[in-house]
Design a protein around this ligand. Structure first.
Ligand code: ZN
Length: 106
């Protein structure tokens, strides 16, 4: 994923993603601009989101395995991904109620 830094306006590839513990079991996933070191929040996770992530990983691991109904599996993954996206958005809104500048361009 490539983003443009809001500070120095240079394009950079997102790597070295790290997490930081916040209150109530919330973890902030963040990365910085390699040029000016400005920090950006990727997303937040909490217990519920992390357990959904694990469920998705488990389901994805069964893809291509004939012992499982692939159609059902794909539906399940899509459903989980939709759910997790909703929770991530809701958590972000809760953590950054006055967020105005952290929207990164593609
Ligand atoms: Zn920068």
């Amino acid at each position: 994923m490539k983003v443009k830094c809001n500070s120095c306006k240079r394009d950079f590839r997102v790597e070295n993603i790290r997490t930081e513990d916040m209150e109530n079991g919330v973890e902030r996933t963040l990365f910085s601009c390699p040029f000016c070191r400005r920090e950006y929040t990727g997303f937040y996770t909490d217990d519920s989101i992390r357990s959904l992530q694990k469920k998705i990983q488990k389901a994805v691991a069964k893809l291509g395995n004939d012992n499982y109904d692939q159609k059902v599996l794909k539906k399940r993954i899509a459903k989980l991904q939709q759910k997790i996206k909703g929770e991530i958005d809701a958590l972000k809104a809760r953590m950054e109620p006055a967020d105005s500048e952290r929207r990164n361009s593609e």
